[in-house]
Ligand binder design. Sequence first.
Ligand code: FAD
Length: 374
Amino acid sequence: MLGFGFSAEQEAFRAGLRRFSLDELLPHYSEGDSGVYPRDRIIRVIELIGEVDDADFSFVSAGIVAEEVARGDFNCVLPSLGPFTFREFISQASPELKERWLPGLQSGKQMIGLGLTEPDAGSDMGSIRTRAEKRGDHYVLNGEKNSVSFLNADVFYVFARTDPSRTDWRGLSAFLIPRETPGLSFHAYDDMGCRAVPRGQLFLDDVRVAASELVGSPGGAFPMIREFFDLNRAFIALKCLGAAQQTLDETIEHVKGRKQFGSPLSSFQGVAFPIAEAATLIEAARWLAYKVLWLKDQGQPCDTEGAMSKWWIPKICTEIIHECLLLHGHYGYTRELPIEQRLRDVIGWQIGDGPAQIQKLILARKLLGREFSP
Ligand SMILES: Cc1cc2nc3c(=O)[nH]c(=O)nc-3n(C[C@H](O)[C@H](O)[C@H](O)COP(=O)(O)OP(=O)(O)OC[C@H]3O[C@@H](n4cnc5c(N)ncnc54)[C@H](O)[C@@H]3O)c2cc1C
């Protein structure tokens, strides 16, 4: 049976989160632009989530968190999803590692950074060169990770090559490395957006980690993270949609209130039609993103819908926010309104977690099979 809707509990959850997001997050959103990580507010969001009955802890409910939190503060979203996602993120970690890290991560008190990208391994993750060499009951890691979000994290989930005889994704293993481990050093980028979340380089210089800090099986890291990406793509899409929807709501208020040529801006087709188009795109996109989460909740594969969501939704959200900025006239161009910050923040997620072309490669391979060889 097909049903487009949320349960009464989920609607109440959404309403509570929206109130909190608009009252408590939005007034502080611009603080993140000066590089202030909103840890206390993330913890508060997670406390609110904790007040909801456990029975509602589905990925669809997590999607509601992504959308609603993004209305107030785009940069609070991924850590706020901790109660839903971190268990999945490190699903193959040993019980000891989970016991060590999950309580801090799921409460928002700690954060984790993902170290995949390298100077010569961006879209082509199979080219990772960071080396993890087994020495007795330890591994010694050397290499450089680029573009690590949450460079302020307490622990890093680092992907490294344990089998040097392989030069593709097969010889990769993953490790959980605490921030204070000797041999780690950091350099933050000066990003155009998402400035509340430091992103940058992580250098590994003879970093010794116990073999027990390896996650999953040696050489088995790539399929593990690929599965998580399928899910995470929906959350990225929904956080972009939350930012776009909030901007559209603000724009509707603005054009109804501002008069030019003796009439509200909303009475002009040139203003009303982009709003109608944006609302249509957001509606269609939301159901695609929620389908990913619904499939995951049913234990079904969601890679196709995840890739569709990731290439399309951050792109249309960027376009919608841009259009809304223009509909605000010169006010939209100031930093007094949150629109320009949202635009800068959302653009980053057209790239992060795989740009559009890579999602289309995934889809083309699925749709065309062997016929497709880029
Ligand atoms: C906001 C943000 C957060 C991020 N967070 C993290 C993180 O936490 N951890 C992490 O490890 N990485 C992170 N990244 C890095 C991100 O995953 C990479 O930027 C991404 O995978 C692309 O790699 P690249 O930037 O090296 O681009 P490249 O691989 O150099 O690609 C450049 C361009 O070429 C295109 N391209 C590449 N290959 C092909 C092809 N075969 N066919 C067609 N087009 C192609 C790409 O789509 C892209 O448009 C983040 C990036 C951003 C912007």
